[in-house]
Each structure stands twice: as C-alpha cells, then as structure tokens.
Design a binder for this molecule. Structure first.
Ligand SMILES: Nc1nc2c(ncn2[C@@H]2O[C@H](COP(=O)(O)OP(=O)(O)O)[C@@H](O)[C@H]2O)c(=O)[nH]1
Ligand SMILES: [Mg+2]
Length: 376
C-alpha cells in the first residue's frame, strides 16, 4: 500500500485498527482465540508437547490458509462493499438522515437482496433511534455481527455418515453453476477418506457433460456410471442405484441436467430422477444439494428459490467465490431461504472446495488485511 492510499483508505481502515483494540470479542480475535483453545485442548491429550505443537501449527495453518483463500476470493466483494460504506459515512461525526440514506443505497447495491438490505438497514436505524448506535464507526461492528448471526444459522457442513446403505447426494443446479466440478471435488474428498465412491452421469443431454465427469473419474480414481447417449436420466440413475446397493458403494454422487432440450420441464425431470432414487433406496437421496454460482448476484437468490420450491433442497454449495464481486449474495440467500450451506467453491481445482464456515466468511468479508489487499 502506498502512502497515498494509506491516507485515503479512510474511515474503515481506521475502524479496523480501532476495533481490534476496543472490541476484543470481535471476529479476528474470536477466531484466533478459538484456534488457541483448540490448541490448548489438544495439549491436554497425552501427546508429547513437541508433537502437539506440531499439530497445533498444522491446524492453525489450515485455518489460516482457508481464511486467506476466502479473503482473497472475497476481495472484490469486500472492496465494493466496504469502499461504498466508507464513502457513505466518511467524515460523518453523527448519524443523520443523509448518512442513513447513503447506507441504504450501499446495502441495496450490495447483492444481499432488497429484503435483506432493508432488514439490515432497519436494524441499524432502530438502534440509531434508541441511541445505541450513536457513532458511524459502530455501524460496521453491528452489521458484521448481523451478518455473522445470519450465516451461523445456515452453517451446516455435510457429514456423510458410516451407514450400511449408500449415502446418495443428488446434485442440482443450472448449467454452468459448477455441478460437475463440485461433484468431482466432493468425490475426491470422500476418496481421501477411503470411501467407495460412485459418480453418476445423470446429465445425459450433453455429451460433453458425461465426458467431463468421466475425465474427473479417471483423475480421481472413482467409478463413473454413464448411460447411452441421450439416455433417459432416470434409467441411468436406476441402474446406478441398483449397482450401488448391490456392490456396497458408500457414497453416490448424482449429476443432473441444468437445462433440457426436450418438452419435459426441467423440474419435472428432476423430480422423476429423485423418485427413481427413492424407489431403489427409501432413505435416499439423503442430500439434495443445489449448486449456485455466487457470481450471479441476486439472480442466485431467485434460482435457489425456484429450485427449492420444486424440489426441497437440503443443502447448498456456493461456487466461484474466488474473484466475484457479488459474494454478498450469500447473506441474502441465507436470510431469505435459510437452507443449510454445505460447501463453498473457491477455485476450479479439485481441492478448491471448503466446508462453509460462517465465522470465517464474515471475517473475510469485513476484514481489512493489508497483506492480502496490497497485491493489486
Ligand atoms: N473459479 C471457479 N470456477 C469454478 C468453480 N466451480 C466450477 N467452476 C468452473 O465453472 C465452469 C462450469 O462448471 P461445471 O462443473 O461444468 O458446471 P455444470 O454445468 O453445473 O456442471 C467450469 O469451467 C468450472 O471449472 C469455482 O468454485 N471457482
Ligand atoms: Mg455438468
């Protein structure tokens, strides 16, 4: 950061510095403390001290690496959001009408969706009226807390249990949202956990989609079930489920079409696939995972709603959080739909999938890390 940008960075930069001193319970400290607590806990297990500190370091390294990746990914979102907030409130000693309407504009433009924007604004205005927020600097702390609370309600990583039956994950989403890639990423994680994994090429309408899954299958070393070209997706799924049950597969990941070139509406086709799965195994699909491209902005909220109304979705994977300016959409989706968020996609590579972590997300969204922000 140059001297000039340092000077210009204004209100929020000062705020971040100040926050750390005044409010130790805020994000960065809470996060570090937790890791230290975890570290202290592992110290109590009768491991030799040296080994324990190694594992502490690994744990911290992983958390920090995850946070750093998220911070980098959310850089554009953060910059747009914080910069606008900075501008709306810069130089304001008090919260007046003008500051509130500036804040309104920023929130409405922040891709959180209009409903959520006004809920956040109402919460701020109420507190201003009650004189609880009498200082612009406190607005950010309050917003950050609201975002964190909203996200914590939907933080629910997917845990694939060790049951006697296959754990079936049916994956939905529009074309290009990242379904096939996300399936491959999940499969790779499950393979690492030594599970017997099958991927099913249920997006039979695009030859390239079937091919793409097969290539991933080869790379990961994971079985891929595919039907004949343009086969009925339900028939492919039926055969795959049959094999999965007979041959004791532990995890079955089912890819589906995101758009159809037939007269059957997409949602009807997907319902049929879901029924086919259940017919073969009454407890399945244990997870109906909707993949949403977070760079779609507010459209993503609409998409999630449409899918969820047709087929009850049990979890979300939000992809392409690396490099989007529209990451705020996660807040809107969480607030409006309340569907558990399982994963976030932070890149195209096989290990670029993370369990959703609300605290880290809120921290990354509101953080001002000089080290990370300075490399543009
Ligand atoms: N940058 C980035 N790209 C992603 C992510 N997930 C998927 N993609 C890319 O998005 C494109 C569409 O993904 P694909 O899995 O084929 O989508 P599908 O049509 O829903 O199956 C591909 O180029 C993927 O590499 C992600 O988390 N980050
Ligand atoms: Mg696909």
């Amino acid at each position: 950061m140059t001297e000039e940008t340092k000077k210009k960075s204004g209100f929020f930069s000062r705020l971040f510095g100040k926050d750390r001193l005044e409010e130790p319970e805020q994000q960065p400290e809470a996060f570090e403390q937790k890791s230290e607590e975890a570290a202290a806990e592992s110290l109590e297990i009768e491991e030799p001290v040296e080994e324990s500190s190694e594992s502490i370091e690994t744990e911290l390294d992983e958390s920090q690496e995850n946070l750093a990746r998220l911070q980098t990914g959310l850089k554009k979102t953060r910059k747009g959001f914080l910069k606008s907030l900075d501008e709306a409130l810069l130089g304001k000693r008090e919260l007046d009408e003008e500051a509130i309407s500036g804040l309104e504009e920023v929130l409405v433009r922040a891709d959180v969706g209009v409903k959520t924007a006004y809920e956040l604004l109402d919460s701020v205005s109420d507190r201003v009226k009650r004189k609880e927020l009498n200082d612009p600097e406190k607005i950010l702390s309050h917003l950050r807390e609201l975002v964190r609370e909203t996200l914590l309600k939907v933080e629910a990583p997917l845990r694939v249990g060790y049951g006697s039956e296959p754990f079936v994950i049916m994956v939905l989403g529009v074309n290009g949202s990242g379904k096939t890639t996300t399936i491959a990423k999940i499969a790779a994680r499950q393979k690492l956990a030594s599970r017997k994994v099958m991927m099913v090429a249920g997006d039979t309408f695009r030859a390239a989609a079937v091919e793409q899954l097969s290539i991933w299958g080869e790379r990961i070393g994971c079985d891929v079930i595919r039907g004949k070209e343009k086969a009925d997706p339900s028939s492919v799924v039926f055969e795959a489920m049959d094999k999965a049950v007979k041959e004791d597969y532990e995890v079955v990941l089912i890819d589906t079409a995101g758009r159809l070139h037939t007269r059957v509406p997409l949602m009807e086709e997907l319902k049929k696939v879901s029924r086919t799965i259940t017919r073969k195994l009454a407890s399945a699909p244990q997870e109906t995972l909707l993949v949403i491209d977070s760079s779609m902005g507010q459209n993503a909220i609409l998409q999630a709603r449409t899918f969820n109304e047709a087929i009850p979705v049990t979890g979300l994977a939000l992809t392409k959080l690396d490099g989007t300016a529209k990451g705020g959409v996660i807040i809107g989706i969480s607030n409006e739909l309340g569907i558990p968020i399982r994963y976030v996609g932070i890149g195209e590579k096989i290990d670029d999938l993370r369990d959703f972590n609300a605290r880290q997300f809120a921290q990354a969204l509101f953080s001002k890390d000089e080290g990370i922000d300075s490399f543009d």
